[in-house]
Design a binder for this molecule. Structure first.
Ligand SMILES: [Fe+2]
Ligand SMILES: [Fe+2]
Length: 300
């Protein structure tokens, strides 16, 4: 009988994620170890498997988001919030192909053509996604180019910086963890989420191109599956680094998204107006409608 693969990665001083090929995942803490024996204290060295790799990657995302669980804002979706989210979507996509190409070039120099080929394919697939966000903004009557040129949502800046920094490292394998985190979260979005946004848009306006393509209905699901298979095929030291970066990216994403979700309608509208002056269309500039000025949106 062949033994099932078990993988583990230490992501913080005390916590290691442990995952089995069967799909079982748990968090092992050093302080919770009975006696002196901690089987997960030395880094793993064996081969990966898809079942255990997805457990590590998703475990890293869950752990990263766990820190904001009690502070998580859950505002009702609004058109103003959606416009800000589209601006964020633009900024997290516009440099992706160039950044991934750069990381691919480095892996070619390092004699790792299989990693370079994977990153080059990802770069091709992500090309033009910033345009989807711009088209959505335009469909809503918003001067997209002017808006994105003048405005990066505060919570999105650290994310963009993280990806830029990862892709210029001497050994830029962490960029795979960042991308996985972003794509995995996007792939959780269902048709019902897209319908909710569609219901906010003025009649006859389709401003969900970016959202659809970055949801369970679009290419993200395939991207996620391909990444899991690719990561599982890599040597243990790469898998460790990728899982650690998935965790670090999840921490940054959780804080950044939550920062944006806590903003009130009035704050967001102010940011949009500062960026494009009075060029906002009526359907957006008429927010907030009644009694919403100042306070944070519902975080229930
Ligand atoms: Fe994309
Ligand atoms: Fe993607």
């Amino acid at each position: 009988m062949t033994r099932l693969v078990t993988e583990w990665v230490n992501v913080t001083g005390d916590i290691s994620i442990v995952a089995r090929e069967s799909g079982e995942v748990w968090f092992h803490t050093q302080s919770g170890t009975k006696g002196d024996v901690n089987p997960f204290v030395s880094p793993m060295t064996g081969a990966g498997s898809a079942g255990s790799t997805v457990g590590l990657l998703d475990g890293a995302i869950n752990l990263g988001f766990a820190g904001i669980e009690k502070r998580l804002a859950r505002p009702d979706p609004t058109l103003v919030g959606y416009v800000v989210a589209l601006v964020g979507a633009y900024h997290t996509s516009v440099d992706t192909p160039r950044n991934l190409q750069r990381a691919a070039g480095r892996f070619n120099e390092l004699g790792r053509p299989e990693v370079a080929a994977y990153l080059e394919e990802r770069a091709r697939e992500e090309t033009g996604h910033d345009r989807l966000a711009l088209k959505d903004l335009r469909a809503l009557g918003v001067p997209g180019e002017r808006l994105v040129a003048n405005f990066i949502p505060e919570g999105i800046k650290p994310l963009c910086k993280r990806f830029d920094d990862l892709c210029v490292q001497d050994y830029p394998v962490g960029c795979i963890g960042y991308s996985y985190c972003l794509e995995r979260i996007a792939a959780l979005k269902q048709e019902a989420d897209i319908e909710k946004v569609r219901a906010l848009c003025p009649d006859g306006v389709d401003a969900t191109r970016f959202l659809r393509s970055h949801s369970s209905l679009g290419s993200e699901v395939t991207h996620v599956e391909e990444t899991i298979a690719f990561v599982a095929s890599l040597p243990a030291y790469d898998r460790i680094r990728i899982v650690q970066e998935t965790y670090e990216s999840a921490l940054i994403m959780a804080e950044g998204y939550n920062h944006e979700l806590h903003k009130s309608e009035a704050e967001m509208l102010e940011e949009l107006q500062q960026a494009v002056g009075d060029a906002l269309p009526y359907c957006i500039s008429s927010y907030p409608s009644q009694g919403e000025k100042g306070g944070a949106r519902s975080a229930a």
